[in-house]
Design a protein around this ligand. Structure first.
Ligand code: COA
Length: 325
């Protein structure tokens, strides 16, 4: 049983925060941010918008495109680092808002690699014929995990959601492979250390901003480039493919310098890499399905194209998926 992406959708909140807006709040400049990251602006959720709201918008579009009704969804998986609440899972809230009454639902936590991890889990359920239709959603309100005084991180992240509906494939199509990796020894390179179980909410947590993203940027950068290259080669090798067999590289949108370095190492022409981080920043688990959806909608990615998804994030976690769309 092959497993296919039957439909895709994405959503970004209306409010846009530009680098020039950030210049007015912190000691930074548009030039610095563009040169070091490639990011020009990011979307920020409204006060009354939660991760589940973003997820539902993206999921509805994916279902519409696939022509599948919410009642015919069997499982909802939401990959997120910013759930609506500790419990119930954001996926339960999405199930309710979507009217997917027959679906089981759970969240998955793998930071910026969340989409590929969730894709891999969803694929297993369809492949094993346990479920027919699985909604895989990456959704984040990163703006609420951001320390807006920390110029080293607050310029990087944005809010958004992307979704795909998985189902049984037509012959020859579908998810060809998923490779996942973790190195828990490096958990403290990117983390939100406080406000949960290990360091519960307290005045100290708020004063020291332990409930926001802490990151060792340049170490993360170097490891990201190396690991993304390695997992891409692992995925190509497993499928007996070379980079010239890939029509589109859709990587996690963290930093344009990381993406260019990975593309150069893989000898992937830059025109074949989908990049939208200039307009969205790093939307963590949402970034791959957001970029994928954009390239499908503007006609770049077509049915039958071979796609290499590449992700990297906190954990550390990283992975690759090869998909014949
Ligand atoms: N505006 C202006 N200056 C800034 C700044 C900002 N927003 N952020 C940092 N700086 C300054 C630093 O304070 C430092 O100044 P100093 O030399 O006087 O101390 C200088 O710029 C260089 O900082 P550094 O952190 O070495 O820059 P960098 O080239 O490594 O770029 C990142 C910083 C965060 C853009 C880069 O490390 C990065 O993108 N890393 C990967 C992060 C990532 O992708 N994380 C998510 C993975 S899923």
């Amino acid at each position: 049983m092959q497993v296919q992406i039957l439909g895709n959708g994405a959503y970004a909140p209306k409010t846009i925060l530009t680098n020039h807006d950030l210049e007015k709040k912190i000691d930074t400049s548009n030039e610095w941010i563009v040169a070091r990251t490639g990011i020009r602006e990011r979307h920020i959720a409204a006060k009354d918008e939660a991760t589940s709201d973003l997820a539902v918008h993206a999921a509805r579009k994916a279902l519409e495109q696939a022509g599948v009704a919410p009642m015919d969804v069997d499982l909802v998986i939401v990959a997120t680092s910013m759930p609506d609440m500790f419990f119930p899972s954001t996926a339960c809230i999405v199930q309710e808002k979507l009217g997917a009454k027959n679906a089981a639902a759970f969240d998955l936590s793998a930071a910026c690699s969340g989409f590929i991890y969730a894709l891999s889990v969803g694929e297993q359920y369809v492949r094993s014929e346990t479920y027919r239709h699985v909604l895989v959603i990456g959704a984040e309100v990163m703006s609420r995990l951001t320390n807006w005084q920390d110029r080293g991180t607050c310029v990087l992240f944005g809010d958004g959601a992307g979704a795909v509906l998985l189902g049984p494939a037509n012959e020859g199509r579908g998810i060809l492979s998923v490779h996942l990796h973790t190195d828990g020894a490096l958990w403290d390179l990117i983390c939100v250390p406080g406000g949960a179980g290990a360091i519960p909410p307290s005045e100290k947590v708020l004063v020291e901003c332990l409930n926001t993203i802490h990151m060792k940027g340049s170490e993360t950068f170097k490891i990201a480039v190396r690991n993304l290259e390695n997992v891409a080669l692992e995925a190509l090798h497993a499928n007996d493919m070379s980079i010239s067999d890939i029509d589109w590289l859709v990587p996690h949108q963290a930093n344009i310098r990381i993406l260019k370095a990975v593309a150069a190492r893989l000898k992937m022409p830059k025109e074949k890499m989908v990049v939208n981080l200039d307009r969205y920043g790093n939307t963590s688990a949402a970034s791959i399905p957001l970029a994928f959806d954009e390239a499908v909608n503007d006609g770049r990615i077509k049915r039958g194209d071979s796609i290499l998804f590449l992700a990297f994030g906190g954990g550390l976690t990283w992975g690759a998926a090869v998909v014949n769309y």
